[in-house]
Design a protein around this ligand. Sequence first.
Ligand SMILES: [Zn+2]
Length: 282
Amino acid sequence: MNDLGTPVLDNHLHLDPEHGRGIEAVKDFARSGGTHLLVVNKPSWLLGVTAETGEDFRAVFETTVEVVARANEVLDGKAWSVLGVHPGLVSRLVDDRGYDPEEARDLMQAGLAVAAEYVADGRAVALKSGRPHYDVSEDVWAASNAVLRRALELGAETDAAVQLHTEASEDLSDIATWAEDAGLPAERVVKHYAGGRLKGPTPSVMSEKDRLAVAAEAGEPFLMETDFVDDPDRPGAVLGPKTVPRRVDWLLEEGYEDAVRNAHVETPERVYDLDTEATLSR
Ligand SMILES: [Zn+2]
């Protein structure tokens, strides 16, 4: 708990109880003052799942749902699952496994449909999709955008937010328009790994001081994340699980109380309909 007594949410991290630190990372987060987590399933291939049907993603989702249940025993607040299909899968399917882009699209959409079942029955709180952040062929780009748009439709159907992995950008108003067309309010689309400002979706800002200062000054809705990958082979690849609580302390020292409330109370409510205060036992 920080000086202000507000909840502290990491909006996007991964937990891998089999290969990584798993629940130990949650304990680090909690000891540093963290209270709430949105835990995103790792990419299927990093969990050793070679999906051939949408149903095959179920093993990936179950891993996340199980570790979230354990995290809930550790946290003063609450953890929730965010489930979906990593957009980088399209390249593995097309480049390594001989799929054509349309077949890859169909498989990834089928995986998302299974993720939407978890959202519909309350075992997950949001969907995860996106498109490659690197250059791809026109066909793969088209297939990826079709997957992304299907995720927006499924979000609308299940009344749930959609987290997106995309190219680095400060203007994703095209995606915001697609969301509105699908019946999903643009504010319920979250760009993960975002900078401090973004047109269109809600930014989930990587918790580096310079990015956070921009978001705090802007005064627009935003979230904070680490994208901790919990991968023993990539220990320094991303921010660690203690980072969001530490950066909240820093924001408070700098006088950004409003920004802390924005990112940890108001925006979670607005985007996910989550009440981080009512779910915090003090
Ligand atoms: Zn991630």
